[in-house]
Ligand binder design. Structure first.
Ligand SMILES: [Zn+2]
Length: 479
């Protein structure tokens, strides 16, 4: 049976119209029956009573020449017809839903009461509904040959299609073409199997969402995607899927989100010229500065992004962009170049003996007690052990950033310095610290004192050098 999308009020009004029609139809039947009784032949009511001398004793009800049954009295017939009309009006919500006067034939006749079982009003109602002795004339929107929605009038059906088209157009755009991918028609038909649009607005919503119960949510301040999804019994992925073209990283207050998946009946292909403002990133002009290390920079005057107006030809299907072609570009404001100093001072330095070195010694005097790569059970020694006395200062081997200061495990008290350019140094078994994580240090600055914390064999500095994360022999960097 026909579903309907009418609200109660509309049903009521239309039901009243239906009742009036039913009454009119019935009164018409009555008149015709009277005339038949008077011996006149009427197109839709045919008296088959035979000889005038035989008194009719029943009503024969047939539909398209098929006899559906007999009722004894006029009251039962009246009741059944009215029930059928009210039922179809209620179910379709269409003012045009009515008994099919063309196919339905009611004849006053004489039957042998012994061989006929008369139907009650209820039985006749069921038979008439079962045989669908009615028509629901309206206009259906047909997509690629498949009727999807009924509207009460042709104007409504066309208005729904026009509004669907408009719903996909954007601001700041000039529509070049807008057409359905499918063949879309409005056809006058019997729409008993279709959902009926209660008005243009609900019809538009049904066509766009593919559901009679589209639910949406308007984004409030402080909402997160997860909050909205969770509050509506959805996952974030489901919420994103229900909103094609929606960027989950750009949740805007006031934005309307679909809470049910959209399954539009048609694909609206829109080709439009879209004008957008784009940013032009600024460039930076560097001035070399010999008092700063390589890799260090310092802004002199800040840059500023420019902007340009870009006109593109955009093709979208149901609001989701399919292709984009740049048509023109017009610079609105030029970017302002940023100026900055760029360090040139090398990380290497010249040792007292005139040698070029990249790292200076971590201790004032170097006495190696254990070399790099020596066996440590199943592992190898990742650094060198430098013998010293408790409390002797430990110096940073180069400028850098302190990335770790910890007191756990076999390293004991440990300092790690990142020198940039992929170079890292580690200082273990310390007695005390002179720096904290996040401190910038310069070459030769004291960072800790020698101790025997962790897995140490006396007062030693366990010293490691790593290049791009891999340990190398620190002996190559001792001077
Ligand atoms: Zn060691």
């Amino acid at each position: 049976m026909t579903k309907n999308v009418f609200d109660q009020e509309v049903i009521k009004t239309q039901w009243e119209v239906c009742q009036q029609k039913a009454r009119a139809l019935w009164e018409n039947h009555q008149r015709e029956i009277k005339r038949t009784a008077a011996g006149m032949m009427i197109a839709c009511i045919v008296s088959v009573g035979g000889a005038a001398a035989v008194q009719p004793n029943a009503y024969e009800i047939s539909y398209n020449d098929e006899i559906l049954g007999y009722v004894k009295d006029e009251a039962s017939l009246d009741e059944a017809l009215q029930k059928v009309e009210s039922s179809i009006a209620e179910q379709t919500g269409l003012a045009t839903a009515a008994l099919d006067a063309k196919g339905l034939n009611i004849t006053r006749t004489r039957v042998k009461t012994k061989s006929i079982e008369f139907a009650t009003a209820e039985e006749l109602t069921d038979i008439l509904l079962d045989k669908q002795v009615y028509r629901c004339d309206a206009y259906s929107i047909v997509v690629d040959g498949v009727p999807v929605l009924a509207a009460a009038s042709e104007e409504d059906a066309n208005a729904i299609l026009e509004r669907v088209k408009q719903s996909y157009s954007n601001e700041n755009s000039k529509i070049i073409s807008a057409e359905y991918k499918e063949k879309v028609e409005v056809v006058a038909s019997d729409v008993r199997e279709l959902p009926v649009a209660k008005d243009v607005e609900s019809g538009v919503s049904y066509i766009l969402t593919g559901t009679e119960d589209p639910r949406t949510y308007v984004v409030q301040s402080g909402d997160t995607l997860w909050d909205i999804a969770h509050a509506n019994g959805m996952t974030s992925a489901e919420l994103i899927a229900a909103n094609p073209g929606f960027d989950p990283n750009r949740l805007k207050i006031g934005q309307e989100l679909n809470l049910v998946a959209m399954k539009p009946f048609m694909t609206m292909v829109i080709t439009e010229e879209v004008t957008e403002t784009e940013s032009i990133p600024f460039t930076t002009q560097y001035t070399d500065n010999s008092s700063m290390y390589k890799g260090q920079t310092s802004i002199i005057t800040a840059g500023q992004n420019g902007s340009k107006e870009v006109v593109s030809k955009v093709v979208s299907e149901n609001g989701v962009e399919i292709s984009r072609e740049k048509l023109s570009e017009n610079v609105v404001s030029q970017p302002v170049v940023q100026t900055a100093y760029r360090g040139t001072k090398a990380l290497t330095y010249t040792t007292a003996s005139g040698k070029r070195a990249s790292l200076s010694n971590p201790l004032a005097s170097i006495v190696m007690s254990d070399g790099y790569g020596a066996s440590r059970g199943s592992r190898r020694h990742l650094g060198v052990d430098l013998r010293s006395s408790k409390g002797a200062p430990i110096y940073a081997a180069a400028d850098g950033l302190v990335t770790k200061v910890s007191s756990n495990g076999s390293y004991g008290k440990l300092v790690v310095i990142d020198h940039g350019n992929g170079v890292t140094t580690k200082y273990a078994h310390c007695n005390s610290f002179n720096v904290s994580v996040g401190d910038t240090v310069t070459r030769g600055q004291q960072i800790a004192t020698v101790g025997s914390t962790g897995n140490a064999t006396g007062n030693i500095l366990h010293y490691e050098v790593l290049i791009n994360g891999s340990n190398v022999n620190p002996a190559n960097y001792l001077n």
